[in-house]
Design a protein around this ligand. Structure first.
Ligand code: UT7
Length: 356
């Protein structure tokens, strides 16, 4: 069986910096509140009509491909994680293939809908494909353009201030070196609380487009939730139903227990200890969550990497961006034990342990 290693990392952050003070000009919030509750000082927003989730991903991918010492034609599979795609369908995987100018069709492109843990899920899938011998160079990408779909009125402040745009990419490559690469990945899901952090409308929950053809049926969905309608309506626009919703404290409480649990699982699988970790890269959801996890695991400041202060929460992109930045800053060296971990909407969560 083959081993899969991270051969190259790339990231792309749009130039436009949006500070907490900028946001406080359009909604009732403050730099003090945002920094105290989340650690975020600023985030990046993509250029409207110029940049998309896919174009940002292409920039990060090109860097990762170069750093891996391969060409785009060597990529034999693409896995794209995002919750903010360019289109409802087709997914960003094929759009990225086109944007990169990969014309060969002996390539697969897969889209991952796992939000904050999307990159961990993508990495785990890539690892299995490499181990089975099916592919040699898999481009794994997380990219988000949140700024296109946030509620910039005070109604949306609890969610809007958290998120930012950006992309991160990795080339997951076949290696024969058993001492290097992905040692373990663990994935989890629990759909019980799917609506606690979700973007509900428009969607099939909203019923039928054409009620003249068929009478709506009561499927017994949770009546306390207004799922919106199947297509955009003025009512939905007025009520802000097409924005993400989050029960922040509920998510927070679960996140701080699931992070240490799943990190423990990958360590146990690899027969290693917390003290063996050179660098933990947690999904950048909230600096308070990362600090809690760090304390719980007894890790030092030099063993955990955070950059939420600069970029906010970039969901599926947060781990590859942070991973890349930590490496660029020389904080991850060859042979280091790196742990990646995420928790988010679904709920889905997971971790990956690798020898860099
Ligand atoms: O990446 C996906 C996974 N997501 C997470 O892991 C997020 C987990 N949750 C969190 O990070 C935190 O719950 C938040 C940062 C989202 C919110 O922080 P919180 O400390 O849980 O605040 P809260 O929602 O309990 O709100 C406290 C108060 C409320 O006012 P009242 O009811 O006490 O008067 C909110 O209306 O803060 C108010 N508030 C704000 N005030 C100023 C909410 N958002 C804002 C805001 N600016 N942006």
């Amino acid at each position: 069986m083959y081993q899969s290693k991270i051969a190259g990392l790339g990231k792309y952050l749009p130039d436009r910096i949006v500070t907490n003070d900028d946001l406080s000009k359009v909604m009732e919030t403050s730099d003090e509140w945002i920094q105290e509750r989340t650690g975020i000082k600023e985030r990046r927003y993509a250029k409207k009509h110029e940049e998309t989730t896919t174009t940002m991903a292409a920039k990060a991918s090109t860097i990762a491909i170069d750093r891996a010492g391969i060409t785009k034609e060597d990529v034999d599979f693409i896995i794209f994680a995002t919750l903010s795609p360019d289109y409802y369908f087709p997914g960003c995987g094929v759009l990225l293939q086109r944007e990169l100018g990969i014309t060969k069709t002996e390539i697969g492109a897969l889209d991952i809908r796992n939000q904050c843990s999307g990159f961990i899920y993508a990495l785990s899938i890539a690892d299995q494909y490499i181990k089975s011998g099916m592919y040699k160079n898999i481009l794994v990408v997380g990219s988000e353009m949140h700024s296109m779909g946030l509620d910039f009125s005070t109604r949306g402040r609890a969610v809007t201030v958290i998120f930012g745009d950006g992309a991160g990419a990795a080339i997951v490559q076949r290696t024969d070196n058993k001492d290097q690469g992905i040692l373990s990945t663990k994935l989890h899901s629990d759909g019980t609380y799917a609506e606690k952090l979700a973007f509900l409308a428009p969607g099939s929950h909203g019923g039928y487009h054409n009620d003249q053809l068929e009478e709506p049926v009561d499927y017994g969905f949770d009546k306390s939730i207004d799922y919106g309608e199947i297509f955009f309506t003025e009512k939905m626009l007025n009520e802000g139903k097409y924005y993400p919703r989050m029960e922040g404290q509920f998510v927070f409480k679960l996140a701080v227990t699931k992070f240490p649990e799943v990190i423990g699982e990958v360590l146990e699988d690899a027969k290693l200890e917390t003290s063996d970790i050179n660098m933990l890269i947690p999904h950048q959801a909230n600096l308070r969550i990362a600090s809690f996890v760090q304390k719980r695991l007894g890790l030092g400041d030099d063993q955990v990497f955070n950059n939420i202060q600069k970029y906010g929460n970039t969901t599926a992109a947060s781990i590859p961006i942070a991973f890349c930045e930590a490496w660029e800053e020389g904080k991850i060296k060859e042979g280091d034990l790196v742990c990646l971990a995420a928790f988010g909407s679904g709920f889905t969560w997971g971790a990956a342990l690798l020898r860099f």
